[in-house]
Design a protein around this ligand. Structure first.
Ligand code: NAP
Length: 302
């Protein structure tokens, strides 16, 4: 089936390479926003549903990328990208490749170098939402790479969500992505461990959530964190309202309570160890945020 749509200035033709759950959502959304859309996937049948709507299924990667100025790739990883696009010869030359798979900053750098050698304009990106939220105006997509390429294709990128440009350094998008994921896992773990603590006394998760999620998170932690960024940038942590020594005491109580209550002690012990490190580094009289100075350095032996 051929592509039923012709290009209009508002609707740049787009190619999507990779039709896992995320690639399928991207292709469907781009098509839904009016972009003439071409797809390629190792397993071609995954495009069947899209083809019935009018999306064009290319036979080869070279044919796919030749269908328009912009190719959006959403494959498993960077290794797969090399495998897939090396088969396309120089078909990508002079075109734009937007990489939306996950990886590390080093991998993004290497990919930007690989693209530059082939005359390909390259944007690295990261998707901050699951497939069902692709296409919603509030769904954030992060991008890094050449500003002019981002600006030129901003409208196309905006069809998938809210495009945020982070800078020309290619690794920034995946670095932000992993930093936010780290924050997510650490926050979830804090909540789960706290729920396990009160659960050891027979308190249900629902009962605890009323206080923990209904009040503590939005009324205490959220506003507190919102005020911290300028302090972290200044790197000054006055201890007049509470010192690291005092916080170590609180962390000691958390670790001992976890032991007494018979729940997992790894997480509280790690937090205690990090605060002890801060004290050993001379931050005992400063407030708890001085732990940031420990985090900025590579891990040292205790
Ligand atoms: P995935 O399982 O990570 O990737 C599947 C895609 O990679 C399929 O198109 C698959 O082709 C292709 N692939 C794997 N190995 C290949 C190979 N050797 N040669 C050619 N193609 C190969 O599924 P996904 O969930 O769609 O994720 C894609 C990327 O988006 C990942 O980097 C993921 O981290 C990122 N992401 C996903 C989500 C999410 O919620 N799903 C959210 C944010 C970011 P076949 O169909 O032929 O197997």
């Amino acid at each position: 089936m051929t592509n039923q749509r012709s290009a209009s200035p508002q609707h740049t033709p787009v190619t999507v390479v990779g039709l896992g759950p995320m690639g399928l959502a991207l292709a469907e959304t781009l098509w839904g926003h009016g972009h003439p859309t071409t797809v390629w996937n190792r397993t071609p049948e995954k495009a069947d549903r899209l083809v019935t709507k009018g999306v064009h299924r290319a036979e080869t990667v070279a044919e796919a990328v030749s269908a328009g100025p912009v190719t959006i790739m959403c494959l498993k990883d960077y290794e797969t990208m090399y495998e897939v696009f090396d088969s396309a010869g120089d078909a990508l030359k002079g075109r734009v490749l937007v990489n939306l798979n996950s990886g590390t900053p080093k991998e993004a750098h290497a990919a930007a170098g690989w693209a530059a050698e082939r005359g390909v304009a390259y944007l690295d990106g990261a998707i901050m939402v699951p497939p069902p939220l692709v296409g919603h105006p509030g769904s954030v997509f992060l991008y890094s790479g050449p500003r002019d390429v981002f600006d030129e294709h901003r409208a196309t990128l905006a069809s998938m969500g809210d495009p945020r440009y982070l800078g020309s350094e290619p690794g920034l998008a995946v670095l932000y992505n992993t930093a936010l994921l780290e924050m997510m896992y650490a926050t979830i773990n804090g909540y789960l461990h706290a729920t396990a603590m009160v659960g050891s006394a027979g308190v249900s998760a629902v009962e605890f959530a009323e206080l923990a999620v209904g009040w503590f998170l939005p009324a205490v932690l959220g506003p507190m964190l919102a005020e911290e960024a300028p302090v972290l940038d200044r790197g000054v942590y006055p201890g007049d309202l509470g010192t690291m020594e005092m916080n170590l005491n609180a962390l000691e109580h958390i670790a001992r309570t976890a032991e007494e209550q018979g729940v997992h002690t790894g997480q509280p012990r790690l937090m205690r160890e990090i605060a002890s490190r801060a004290i050993a580094d001379g931050h005992g009289g400063e407030n708890y945020l001085a732990v940031f100075e420990v985090f900025k350095k590579a891990t040292q032996a205790p």
